[in-house]
Design a binder for this molecule. Sequence first.
Ligand code: FAD
Ligand code: FES
Ligand code: FES
Length: 504
Amino acid sequence: MRENISLMLNGNIEQIPPINSAVTLMNWLRNNKNLTGTKEGCAEGDCGACTVVIGKYNHSLGRVTWSAVNSCILFLPMLDGCSIRTVEGLAYSEDELHPVQTAFIEKHASQCGFCTPGFVMSLYGAWCKKQKPEGSDIDNLFAGNLCRCTGYLPIKKAALQIGAIPEEERDTSYLNIEEEFVIQNLKNEPLSIDVKNEKRQFRFDAPKNIKMVGPILQEKDPLILSGATDIGLWVTKKHMEIGHFLYLGDVKELNFLNENQKAFEIGASVSHEVAMQKLGSHFEALLELWRRFGSEQVRASGTVVGNIANGSPIADISPAFIALGASLTISHLENKRVIPIQSFFISYGKQDLKKGEFIKSVYVPKLEKNQRFECFKISRRFDQDISAVMGAFLFSISEDGFIEKAQIAYGGMAAIPKEASNLSELLIGKELGNLPLDDCKKALKEDFQPITDVRASREYRNDVAFNLFVKACDKISGKPSSYLPGAVFENVSGNSVTKSQQNV
Ligand SMILES: Cc1cc2nc3c(=O)[nH]c(=O)nc-3n(C[C@H](O)[C@H](O)[C@H](O)COP(=O)(O)OP(=O)(O)OC[C@H]3O[C@@H](n4cnc5c(N)ncnc54)[C@H](O)[C@@H]3O)c2cc1C
Ligand code: FES
Ligand code: FES
């Protein structure tokens, strides 16, 4: 076991003695290293001002990968064995800036400059990944970076300038040094920090081997930590003091993404970004959902399993995977059990996970020839926002267009991500292009009694859930908007009106 955190910061090796609290990478950079170019805007992963680029070994891909991440919600020990580059470490010398910095200057892509280091580092992340951003790629690249004064056009032009640089002309000397460090550090003993003073005790276990996970969970009561895109906010916003983390991000056996003819199996430490690349080619609708999941920075850190494990009623992946008939493998010491994903969610904040257990992986069956899948996310902002309602629809359809099986699930409609079982059952044997929509609406109302909160009213949720269902049916049957002319809506006072009455 090892207590010192070993990392590479802007090309220099750092050995950091045990810390005794959950310090974020951003605070350590700013307060301990005086690297104040990394800005604090929101401290909750929303604005991108704190973006840095990290290099980490990815066992599922078998190589070192570089990602732009939000340093405000990553805990310092999670960076053990990684390389970190901040905006201060980009320039080649006092006289020679990095091409990404030059592009920002030449395109006048900065005014007050507060957001600029974050944008620069996001673009540097694309540089490291050898991306050539253009068109909507640039919007996706910067969806997690907010600028309130420059306007995005000059920033996009800076990205285009970088995209136009041919790969062979891109200097990779930083990456070579970092890669060597990261690979060398794979041989290190696992990190286990355990410090105590009169005020508090802090423990951080980062096992590298799956066999070490169960006993720690069994003997102690640690909080399982994966990408920290949920837990980070518990610390920075709710000011929770967490005394013991069990970090799964270094466990080799949990970082896998297998594919065979029938299914995908996603290990517990696989990020949204990696899963999106692989599953997106099979599930077109999931690709679009993932594109709107947080931002590049959030998808690079956050894990698919973390999204499920958190049990949030507004998590995006859970309803989609319920509809797809996914199952979870839950480990406990040497044992394991496999459960359908929907039975994992018991009630608000309560999941089917007993002491000593953790989720090892999620299994997602591929679509069969007669199956069609759609999912849609409705949020207040298009990008980087949590869903108000999320609907996911899987239909098995006979050759003559009749529904043989339906699996429909929603987020944002109940205290847990939940299947619309009445609606799913009602649809069996019905013709997809000719559904009894009034009955469907009634069934959906029996399935859910949503609440009103800051994201949406109860009435809006009911309406939008039904509309998403119709949208999915229309899209799959190829008969657009079939329901609109005779549709029955509920007005604010709860009276039924037709679409034409509503227009009057
Ligand atoms: C800016 C921002 C935008 C976001 N946008 C979205 C969005 O669009 N849609 C959405 O659904 N979510 C969104 N999220 C939430 C978050 O990114 C996801 O829920 C993410 O998948 C959580 O994964 P993680 O690895 O970061 O989990 P962590 O924060 O590390 O952990 C989350 C929870 O899961 C538990 N856990 C993690 N792994 C395991 C395991 N293997 N076994 C058992 N328990 C485990 C932890 O103990 C904790 O309770 C957003 C978050 C931020 C900060
Ligand atoms: S400070 Fe806003 S994302 Fe980190
Ligand atoms: S330059 Fe001022 S916030 Fe972007």
